[in-house]
Design a protein around this ligand. Structure first.
Ligand code: TMP
Length: 396
C-alpha cells in the first residue's frame, strides 16, 4: 500500500524552462500536485502521481551531464573501475545523455540508449545509439543481433522510469550469464539525513534505498550483491545487481549498508512522517532568510538553474520577489525562465560579480566545486545561501 507522507504543492515540470515569460507562455504551463509516498510492502519511496515520461524526455531536454567537471571526472573514474573489475566485452548504458560515460570505452563495445532525441544525436555518429525509451521490446530487438551485455550501466535514470517491473525484466534478458547491472541514483539515506527534499521532482519518480531495490528486483529474477556510497548528486548509492544464478556473493559492504538503513528505520513509515515535519521547518527558515535580506536591500541571485531548485522555489514560493536572476553554465538554459516561478536565467559571466551580495546554492550538490571556483566572489564579500542540511548562510 502507498501511504503519502509529503505534499510539495503545485509544481511545474522541473525541466520545462520557459523561452519567454509572456502571459501566453505562462498560461500554457503544466502544473501538478507533487506528493511523495512510501510503500508499506516493498519500502519504495516514490512520487505518488508520476508524469508521463513522453512529456519529460523530449527533443528539448536541457541537462548535459558533461557540463560539470565533477560529473565528468566521476564518470571517467567509474568507467575505469568497471573495466578493471569486470573486463566487459559489451557495455550498454541506459540514459547515455551526451555520452559522458560511454566515451571512456572502445566504441565497438558500446550500446547507448537515450530517449531524448537531441541528446541521442550527439552520440549517434560515433556510438551505436538507440533514440528510444528502455523497454522489453527494445531489449529484444537489440539482443536478437548483439551479444548480451556484460555491464549495463545507468546513472540517474532508473529512478526516472515509472515502470520498474518492465525495466528490470528488460535488463534481465539483456545481461550475459555473469553480467552486472550497475546503477547510480540519489540515496534515500542521504535525502533523509540531509533533509534534501528537493531530490523529489517529476523526474525523480523514485528515491531508492538498498532495502527497496533488493525487494523490487526479485520479481525480475535479479539480486543485489554489492553497493557503495558515492558522493555525486549530494549523496548517491551505486548498486551492483546480477542474475539470480550468477557467480557473485553478497559483499560485506552491502550487508553493512543494509544494516545501517535498518538502523535508520528506512523501512518504517514514521521515519517519513518525521522527515515531512523537518521539510516544513526548512521552508519556514529559508523564507525567513530571504525576507530578511530583502528588507536589508541585498542583491540576491541563485546559482545553478537546477531541477532541484525548481522544487524549492515552487514549494517555498520564492520567485523574482526575492531572487533577481539565476546563473547557469548550460547555454540552452541561458535566456530562459525557471519553471513555475519564471526567474530569468543568465550566464555566470554576466551574473556573478561585485554587485551580488548573496547567491542561493541551487546546485548545492556541487558545493565543493562551486566554492573552489568562486573564490573571488567570496573574497569580494559575496556569500552563499543553502537549505541543505538546514537553511543558512554559509560562513566562509
Ligand atoms: P544538476 O544538479 O541537475 O546536475 O544540475 C546542475 C546545474 O547547475 C546545471 O544546469 C549546470 C549548473 N552549474 C553551474 O551553473 N555552475 C557550476 O559551477 C556547476 C557545477 C553547475
Amino acid at each position: 500500500m502507498n501511504k503519502i507522507f509529503l505534499n510539495l504543492g503545485k509544481q511545474p515540470l522541473a525541466n520545462s524552462f520557459l523561452s519567454s515569460n509572456s502571459k501566453k507562455k505562462q498560461s500554457k504551463e503544466f502544473f501538478y500536485n507533487l506528493k511523495v509516498a512510501f510503500n508499506t510492502k516493498n519500502f519504495l519511496v516514490s512520487v505518488a502521481n508520476p508524469v508521463n515520461p513522453k512529456f519529460q524526455y523530449t527533443d528539448k531536454y536541457a541537462h548535459r551531464a558533461s557540463e560539470s567537471i565533477t560529473m565528468k571526472n566521476a564518470f571517467a573514474k567509474t568507467a575505469n573501475k568497471l573495466s578493471k573489475k569486470f573486463s566487459p566485452k559489451i557495455v550498454m548504458e541506459i540514459g547515455s545523455n551526451d555520452g559522458v560515460f560511454i566515451k571512456n570505452f572502445d566504441r565497438k563495445k558500446v550500446i547507448a540508449i537515450e530517449p531524448c532525441k537531441n541528446l541521442a544525436k550527439l552520440t549517434k555518429n560515433k556510438y551505436r545509439t538507440y533514440p528510444n525509451f528502455w523497454t522489453k521490446s527494445l531489449a529484444e530487438k537489440i539482443f536478437k543481433k548483439s551479444k548480451k551485455a556484460d555491464i549495463i550501466f545507468s546513472a540517474n535514470t532508473i529512478s526516472h522510469i515509472p515502470d520498474l517491473k518492465q525495466t528490470f525484466e528488460a535488463i534481465e534478458l539483456s545481461l550475459s550469464f555473469n553480467g552486472v547491472l550497475v546503477i547510480e541514483d540519489p540515496s534515500l539515506m542521504s535525502v533523509i539525513g540531509n533533509n534534501s527534499y528537493d531530490q523529489f521532482y517529476d523526474e525523480h519518480v523514485y528515491v531508492f534505498s538498498a532495502i527497496a531495490i533488493s525487494n523490487v528486483i526479485k520479481k525480475a529474477n535479479l539480486r543485489l550483491f554489492d553497493a557503495e556510497k558515492i558522493e555525486t548528486h549530494g549523496g548517491s548509492m551505486r548498486y551492483y545487481i546480477c542474475k539470480n544464478n550468477a557467480k557473485y556473493r553478497t559483499t560485506n559492504k552491502l550487508k553493512k549498508i543494509l544494516k545501517e538503513e535498518k538502523e535508520k528505520k528506512l523501512h518504517h513509515f514514521k521515519t517519513y512522517k518525521d522527515f515531512s515535519k523537518k521539510v516544513k521547518k526548512s521552508k519556514i527558515d529559508l523564507v525567513k532568510i530571504f525576507k530578511r535580506l530583502k528588507k536589508e536591500n541585498k542583491k540576491v541571485i541563485s546559482y545553478g538553474a537546477t531541477y532541484k531548485s525548481s522544487t524549492v522555489f515552487n514549494y517555498c514560493n520564492i520567485g523574482t520577489n526575492y531572487i533577481e536572476y539565476v546563473t547557469d553554465t548550460t547555454i540552452n538554459k541561458q535566456g530562459k525562465f525557471t519553471p513555475g516561478k519564471h526567474i530569468p536565467i543568465i550566464s555566470p559571466d554576466k551574473g556573478i560579480n561585485k554587485s551580488v551580495d548573496y547567491a542561493f546554492l541551487g546546485a548545492w550538490n556541487f558545493k565543493k566545486e562551486i566554492l573552489k571556483k568562486e573564490k573571488s566572489f567570496i573574497k569580494q564579500g559575496g556569500r552563499f545561501i543553502t537549505h541543505v542540511p538546514s537553511a543558512k548562510i554559509i560562513s566562509s
